[in-house]
Design a protein around this ligand. Structure first.
Ligand SMILES: [Zn+2]
Length: 69
């Protein structure tokens, strides 16, 4: 049993993909999900961690913590 190894958000290393944030244009090295390449070769709109936080839909009753779930 592996105790003390709490499940954190799994981050996908995307530093090799040279992705940039759609919002602030800073390089994205990790994503909380696996980016899917589209037919046009892009990965759609991706945001860095900070912008992702900022963009969080303003749901009412914010219990922080949930991330894309
Ligand atoms: Zn950004």
């Amino acid at each position: 049993m592996e105790m003390g190894n709490r499940p954190q958000r799994q981050m996908h290393d995307v530093s090799a993909l040279n992705l940039a944030c759609t919002e602030c244009n800073s390089p994205i090295k990790e994503l909380p999900f696996e980016p899917t390449q589209r037919q046009d070769g892009t990965y759609g709109r991706l945001y860095c961690y900070d912008c992702n936080k900022k963009r969080k839909p303003s749901f009412r009753g914010g219990h922080g913590g949930g991330f894309g779930r």
